[in-house]
Design a binder for this molecule. Sequence first.
Ligand SMILES: Cc1cc2nc3c(=O)[nH]c(=O)nc-3n(C[C@H](O)[C@H](O)[C@H](O)COP(=O)(O)OP(=O)(O)OC[C@H]3O[C@@H](n4cnc5c(N)ncnc54)[C@H](O)[C@@H]3O)c2cc1C
Length: 240
Amino acid sequence: MSRKLGAIQPIYRSGIHIKDAVSVDHPGEITQSYIDLFVKLGGQVIRDDIKRLSKRNEKVILHGRHQYIADEVVIAAGPWSNDLLKTISSPLPMCFERGYHKHFAYPQGEILTRPIYDVDYAFVLSPMTQGYRLTSGSELNDKDAEINTVQLEKAIKSVQNSAVLGEPTNNSLWKGNRPTLPDSLPAIGPHPKCKHVWLAFGHQHVGFSTGPTTGRLIAELMLDQVPFIAITPFLPKRFF
Ligand SMILES: Cc1cc2nc3c(=O)[nH]c(=O)nc-3n(C[C@H](O)[C@H](O)[C@H](O)COP(=O)(O)OP(=O)(O)OC[C@H]3O[C@@H](n4cnc5c(N)ncnc54)[C@H](O)[C@@H]3O)c2cc1C
């Protein structure tokens, strides 16, 4: 299997080749390696579905299958963050930019070396470990609303002109909710009214890339260090 830009059909009059962009072909593996590093450095991972938070004296209690008593809690639950936050405070004004993707087997012959973004037809086609991943544009809707594949179906039709795709792989439809705050910036820092509660969410389209920076900023703030970038635009107090 050869990977060449020749895998794009010659239908485009012009394009921009962004040479210093990077992409990954298996986000889940990268996330797993962050978890492995965390554990290696002494962290402990406990999986539970936290239903609500409460305060007792100077502690924060997490109520899931078990109860956990914490000195400090960081709400970093992506699009589900408000579900937790509203059990202890007012929620943030969040909307959801939902996105869909579907995987296709690689065709015989040449395949793409990098993701391509077709601006006119609003799709991204990325070479991934699992084959091609075709991603649609944003759908503004409630995170739990019914799935609506209109955009994805249009993308599937349009992409046929741009590249050769193999068969869709079984059950490959995926829907995610990009959590977006009104100024498109995440909320990073202490809750101004709820001591010992920290917020780290609202990363909309870019949280896979910027999440590690958020982790560093939260750690610096918690340790009373000067954050390595200006933190004011991100502080949650802008919403309270
Ligand atoms: C279609 C699509 C394409 C995207 N493409 C890109 C891209 O190209 N580049 C990029 O940088 N970003 C991209 N993003 C955005 C990125 O995925 C998010 O910004 C990022 O996942 C946010 O990370 P997070 O850790 O804040 O939240 P999440 O990744 O959403 O993680 C939240 C975690 O909290 C857990 N959780 C939630 N509620 C609870 C609870 N009550 N108890 C316990 N655990 C809970 C969830 O299970 C989940 O594991 C894309 C998103 C979508 C939907």
